[in-house]
Each structure stands twice: as C-alpha cells, then as structure tokens.
Design a protein around this ligand. Structure first.
Ligand code: GLU
Length: 441
C-alpha cells in the first residue's frame, strides 16, 4: 500500500480537529497564469504580435462597492467585479461567483478563459466573468438578496442580453439569477429574461441547465475513453469538488454504474476503493451536511490535497483554480485528468504531466457544457420558444463532440497537448474575427 493510505487512516481519527477551509485563495496569480498559457500557444502558432497584444488585454473591468444593511442593522460594504475580456465574437458571457477568495485578477483570468471556451465551442459569444468577495454562508437569505440586488444595480450598465449575460458559478444559483433578472427588468420597465442564464425554469430558464456541466463532462469522458481504448464502466474515478459540477458528474457516473472512489467538498474528502454511495452523499450534502461529518459508512477521510494523489484512472478536479501545480504534478497517480473546474492546472504542472504522459482534457473543452446550455437558454428566451430536455441534451452532445473531435485531430496533427490544440482553435477564430472587424476607429 502507498503512503497515502496510512495518511488517510491518521486523518480519519482526527476529523474533529481539521480546519474546515483548506484553501480559498490560490497562491499563483490566476491572470498571470492565464496569460502564460496564452503565450505558450501564441508562440507555437506563430501568432501575429498585434493579435497577441489585443487578446492579452481585458476590454473592461468594473469594480463596485456594495453597501448592505445587515439584519442586525449594521452596515457592511462588499466589493464586486464584472469583467469583459472580449466581445469581439459577441456579447460577453460567463458566470458570477460569490467567494471570500475572489479578487480582480482571478475574475480577469476567468473572463479570459470564457473567451477561449465560447470561441472553441463556436458560440456567438465573447468572454466575461463576475465575482463578489463574500462568504455567502455567513449571510441570511435576506442579506444575500440585498447584496445581489445592489450588485446588479451597480453593474446594470455593463450587462444586458446584447451586452453581457451573467450565469451561475461557485456559490451562486438559480434564485440569485432570478433576483438579477428582476432588478434589471424593473429598471427597463419590462421583463428581460435574456439578461441572465441559469434562471429558474418558471421565469425563462432552460431544462437541463443545472446539470449541463456534469452532462457535458460525461460526454467528453465517453469520447476520450473511446479514443484511449479505456472501458468506462471499469474505471475508478476521483472527484475534487461536490457542488454543481462535481456533484452532478458524480451522480451521472454513479447512475451509470461507474465507480467514484473519492469526492471532496470544502471540508475535505471521503474515500473508499470499493466506490462511494454517491446517492447517499448527495442527500447528505443537500441537508447542508459537510462531508467531514458523514459517519454513516466506514469511509476514509482525506484532505483535498491528498485526494488528488489517490491512485485512480480519471481525476476530475471540479473546485477552483490552481490545484494541480509543480508541487504535486509528480505525485498524481491517474491516466486522465478531466478538468471540471476552470484553471485547475498550472502551466508548470502541464509540462510535467505531458512528460509523464498523463492526458489532460482542458477546462475550456471539458466543462463547456454549462455555457453551452446557457447559450440554448438565451436563444430560447430571445425566441420565447422552449425546447424539451431531449433536444437540449442532443444539441449539447453534438456541439461538445464536434469540438472534442476537432481538438483531438489538431492535437494529433500538430503533436501538441489537448490544451494547446483547444487554444489554437479558439484563438484562430478570434484572430479571424478581429481581422474581419478591424480596429476602431
Ligand atoms: N460558470 C460557468 C463556466 O465557467 C458557466 C458560464 C455561463 O453559463 O455563462 O463556464
């Protein structure tokens, strides 16, 4: 047995003493990392210097302060951001996250990654992202509503169906999208469902949106298994994260009879080589339970850091950026990494993983199911005509598989990693759009 198993046993005995928040703020600047990833590809493509200069800059960043009267009568002021990286291919599109770790450079990186993702999927959308620096678990529902409504009022001039369309991301959900839609609509004097996606179905949301990122990950996992000649049903899978992305892919895998041997949330993870009962764990999570408090079965407890090093076939990082770095890339014991999170792997780690022949399916491809169904939601809102779930899943599959095949082909032809191939496709489309539109004035 590897050392990790010993560590797990020790940790199991000490669950009570564990610090709940393991990491909220990444140690490497995500925007520097995003630009570094871009530079690597730009060099490989021999990208025109002017296009490179253009794409490395952020179109606009808005920083707002959000004063809120708390339930106890005190005033608190939070900081929020909305960033448009590029609108050259269409209106900005990207999520909004609420997290204590959010800062401007993180949002800039996330906006840039959205530009690449939307271009790779060939959606007529640019890249944007937003964030509020707040721990929403410390707010009451009323405080959360006031925060969301005031934030929306502060960014109202930079959002809109033909400007920038927010959506859920870490710690935001359909209810929060409903408040955003309401504030925007009240200001415009009419209902404008197309201003956000990921809304509740009753007010213009789309079926299949909540599970779309997990569903998309599953389509891509099936596709990569086929290429690598791996039997999906006999794989052992480790997932970091148990929110919308990690939770949904875990659920799909469990229902398909694929073994998920470890999952984690912010409090740490649970591990069982025989496979976890994901259904039970999801019920536990939905009752607001942290995984570290789950004692109903004899699972090992493991830290988020150790979880990444568990021997498995497929590792799915589905939490935050900067999790796979040069300090742990040598220790990973998997064949494939399927990036559910945005930016989980640093460029230094990418290099190590390439040498170790671990296949990395990049975020901008693997987790693109969410924004893809967001696009369907937006189209349905604009047409006021709503699709059935079968159509959503079929069209999602078509778009994801088409992108996957293109990435796989370029990766083989040019002998580059899947990430570099994906970036090449995305950046080529953006280059074309910039050249066609020209530079104003
Ligand atoms: N937050 C998701 C992402 O990072 C979805 C964004 C969207 O639907 O606009 O891709």
């Amino acid at each position: 047995m590897k050392i990790i198993y010993k560590k797990l046993v020790v940790l199991t005995e000490k669950v009570e003493d564990l610090e709940i928040k393991e990491s909220t703020k990444p140690d490497k600047n995500p925007f520097e990392m995003a630009k570094m990833q871009f530079d690597i590809v730009a060099e490989k493509m021999g990208l025109d210097e002017n296009i490179s200069k253009y794409l490395k800059r952020i179109e606009r960043s808005l920083i707002v302060s959000i004063p809120i009267i708390m339930d106890n009568g005190d005033l608190e002021v939070f900081e929020g951001y909305r960033v448009h990286h590029s609108t050259v291919r269409g209106p900005g599109k990207g999520g909004l996250r609420y997290s204590e770790g959010v800062f401007l450079d993180e949002v800039k990186a996330l906006a840039m990654w959205m530009t690449w993702k939307n271009s790779l999927l060939n959606l007529p959308l640019g890249g944007a992202k937003g964030g509020v620096c707040v721990d929403p678990s410390k707010l009451s529902k009323k405080e959360l509503e006031r925060l969301t409504r005031r934030f929306t009022a502060e960014i109202i001039n930079v959002i809109g169906p033909d400007i920038d369309i927010p959506a859920p991301d870490i710690n935001t959900n359909p209810q929060i999208m409903a408040w955003i839609m309401d504030v925007y609509s009240m200001q415009k004097g009419k209902s404008v469902p197309g201003v956000v996606t990921g809304k509740p179905i009753e007010i213009g949301g789309s079926v299949g949106r909540e599970t779309a990122t997990g569903r998309g990950l599953y389509f891509i996992l099936q596709a990569i298994c086929e290429k690598l000649d791996l039997d999906l049903k006999s794989l052992k899978i480790v997932i970091q994260g148990f929110g919308n992305v990690g939770g949904n892919i875990a659920k799909i895998l469990y229902e398909e009879g694929v073994k998920v041997i470890a999952v984690s949330d912010i409090s740490g993870g649970l591990f069982d080589e025989q496979g976890l009962n994901i259904k039970e764990l999801l019920e536990w999570r939905d009752k607001n339970g942290l995984l570290k408090d789950f004692y109903e079965r004899d699972y090992f407890f493991v830290s988020n850091k150790d979880l990444l090093e568990i021997k498995c076939d497929v590792l799915i990082p589905a939490s935050i950026e900067n999790q796979i770095t040069e300090s742990n890339a040598y220790n990973l014991d998997c064949k494939v990494i399927l990036e559910g999170a945005n930016g989980p792997t640093t460029p230094e780690a990418d290099e190590i993983l390439e040498r170790r022949e671990i296949i990395v399916v990049p975020d901008i491809l693997a987790n693109a199911g969410g924004v893809c169904v967001s696009y369907f939601e937006y189209v349905q809102d604009l047409q006021s005509y709503f699709w059935k779930l079968d159509r959503i899943n079929q069209e999602l599959r078509n778009i994801m598989i088409e992108a996957f095949e293109e990435v796989y082909k370029i990766s083989n032809e040019k002998k580059v990693t899947l990430r570099i191939a994906a970036y090449m496709i995305a950046i080529s489309r953006l280059k074309k759009a910039i050249e066609l539109r020209g530079i104003f004035p």
